[in-house]
Design a protein around this ligand. Structure first.
Ligand code: TYD
Length: 205
């Protein structure tokens, strides 16, 4: 089973992905938690170039290609082998991030972005995606107490609003796969909602 987490900055995805991994492991299943971008040798380089290097003003199309290159390698060398070995894989961000950040945020041609993002999955689509939904301003305020601030976090408010709208559109388009979760709540309340969805999925598999 392949589970992904999506959401605007500061939505608490990473915390929820971690809590879910712990829960699944307590149930006795093998589970792997990973994230994008940044897996492996290529991912580390790509992450540095896209998110950390403030001397380089990256072209939007180049950025799209780099996120997708990171994903293809991640799927081929890590995610797919884990799934084939029977593990449950949880990924903090996946191709929906490309669709909304590069398509809606950077305003590249949406059809082109969708195509390239889809191709970068090497046909591996998530069984379920949790979209942690909360007002952009709430998320950005939460970020202020964080140590690692990326170039993307520093984009203007309008950029982040486009991201949220993009996600809402995706959730409308694919309601069966993308579960919208109200993230403006207590951490454990959110976790409990996610947990019950996943428990049901595991028992029906
Ligand atoms: P990261 O530091 O991993 O933070 P978080 O996932 O908690 O926001 O930052 C990853 C950034 O990269 C994030 O701002 C979203 C962006 N991103 C894209 O623009 N496109 C993509 O395809 C992916 C995977 C991420």
């Amino acid at each position: 089973m392949f589970i992904t987490f999506e959401g605007v900055e500061g939505s608490g995805k990473s915390t929820q992905a971690k809590l879910l991994a712990e829960f699944i492991s307590q149930l006795g299943h093998k589970v792997t938690l990973t994230r994008e971008p940044g897996w492996g040798q290529l991912g580390e380089l790509i992450r540095k170039v896209i998110l950390d290097n403030r001397d380089l003003e990256l072209d939007a199309f180049a950025e799209l290609c780099l996120f997708c290159a990171d994903r293809a390698q991640h799927v081929r060398d890590f995610i797919r082998p884990k799934l084939e070995a029977g593990e449950i894989v949880i990924c903090d961000r996946y191709y929906d991030s490309t669709v909304v950040y590069q398509g809606h945020g950077r305003k590249l041609d949406k059809r082109l972005v969708n195509k390239i993002a889809q191709a970068s999955t090497l046909d591996l689509l998530p069984d379920i995606t949790f979209l942690l939904n909360l007002p952009v301003k709430t998320g950005l305020t939460r970020l202020q107490s964080r140590e690692e601030i990326t170039k993307m976090d520093e984009e203007p408010l309008e950029f982040h609003e486009m991201i949220r709208q993009g996600y809402m559109l995706l959730a409308k388009r694919e309601p069966d796969r993308i579960k919208k979760i109200n993230a403006d709540r207590d951490i454990l309340e959110i976790h409990s909602e996610i947990r019950s969805v996943v428990s049901e999925l595991i028992s029906s598999n």
